[in-house]
Write a protein that binds this ligand. Structure first.
Ligand code: SF4
Length: 362
């Protein structure tokens, strides 16, 4: 999760497309449209395969459809949910993308993270974010709007097309709080998990939330094995309230309870994201509370690097302190990983997805 204020400077694009976007139709709606146009049922699958490729921006590219069907579709629909606006490449190989929503010109960001022949993608679920976490660049600018399912899923296609690699996993950790846009997030997960040549297994699709308890419950009842990450960042209520003010109404005691229910119901292990911050959540009492929160439960802790924001007093803990926290958790039997920061030079790392639209020098 992380990011932006996209509205300034590009409002002129709003309303530019008068025709509806074919990519926004559900499977049933698409089948209905093609049926009305006299196309046989097998065309639905063919069209869906084209729609899943964001580099396909026009009906002429759908070469296995008859010309008259392509023309009829072009008269009634547009074909673009997301267009690539700009790319930044990190010296560590990760790439950050600025993508533009065709419907209204809103910009969001996504990131591609290649590693040993595998490609992970981090997508945004909202343009901006209303949660206001104090360590996050996205939270500073507020929420512009939530994205549609197709706008979320198409970010994966943009990254796939640029790398020319199969996408092995997707994390919903870009701009926005996915569970504040639950229905579109779930529909995007299902688009990405749908059978096909580019399908991504449910266990490789991870949603990260600040801890919106009713939605965690709802998520645990979904039939697919999608995975869950929680932005925890402190197991001390007062500290967490200060770092993540929007979730103070979901106290840690209830969060702990509902995560226990989640693990029991799904037999899956939630991941807790924890960014050690010097003097804030890395003190001995804080680490004791973190150990108490995790010990004896099904979970995995990711210690992630805090990326400093301009003008913020929050600083990342020293590497030796982070290793100390890991050792303390592991002594209590809690599996813990220290995640290497990536994409820092292009501001693509967690909390850094902040749009800079001036000249697209984002
Ligand atoms: S870290 Fe907080 S403010 Fe930033 S995108 Fe995630 S939920 Fe929003």
């Amino acid at each position: 999760m992380a990011n932006a204020n996209p509205s300034a400077g590009h409002g002129g694009a709003r309303g530019a497309n008068k025709l509806p976007d074919l990519r926004e139709l559900s499977h049933a709606e698409l089948a209905g449209v093609l049926g009305e146009l006299g196309a046989p049922a097998f065309r639905v699958k063919q069209v869906e395969e084209w729609l899943a490729r964001p580099e396909v921006q026009g009906f002429d590219a759908m070469t296995n459809l008859p010309k008259d069907l392509r023309e009829k579709l072009a008269e009634r629909y547009t074909l673009s949910s997301m267009a690539l606006a700009a790319t930044r490449v990190s010296k560590d190989g990760s790439r950050k993308y600025l993508v533009r929503c065709a419907s209204d010109g809103t910009y969001v960001e996504c990131v591609g993270l290649p590693s040993a022949g595998r490609l992970s993608v981090c997508v945004s679920t909202q343009a901006g974010c209303a949660m206001g976490c104090s360590f996050c660049a996205t939270g500073r600018a507020g929420l512009t709007r939530s994205l549609s399912a197709r706008e979320i899923a198409d970010q994966v296609g943009v990254v796939r097309a640029d790398f020319g690699l199969r996408v092995s996993s997707v994390v919903f950790m870009g701009q926005g709080e996915p569970f504040a846009n639950y229905d579109a997030t779930l529909a995007a997960l299902r688009i990405l998990n749908a059978p096909g040549p580019e399908t991504i297994g449910a266990r490789h699709l991870t949603v990260s939330t600040c801890g919106i308890i009713p939605r965690i419950r709802q998520f645990s009842k979904e039939p697919e094995q999608f995975t869950l990450a929680i932005s925890l960042h402190s197991a001390v209520q007062a500290t967490r309230n200060a770092l993540m003010p929007a979730v103070r109404k979901y106290p840690l005691t209830r969060l702990h309870e509902v995560l226990g229910e989640y693990a029991e119901r799904t037999h899956r292990r939630p991941t807790y994201e924890f960014a050690p911050i010097e003097g804030v959540n890395d003190t001995n009492p804080e680490v004791d509370a973190l150990v108490d929160f995790c010990a004896g439960t099904l979970c995995h802790v990711n210690l992630i690097h805090l990326n400093e924001l301009e003008g913020s007093p929050l600083k990342p803990s020293a590497a030796s302190r982070v290793r100390g926290i890991q050792a303390r958790l592991e002594r209590a039997g809690v599996e813990t990983t220290i995640r290497e920061p990536r994409g820092q030079d292009i501001e693509a790392a967690c909390g850094q997805l902040r749009q800079r639209l001036e000249g697209l020098g984002f």
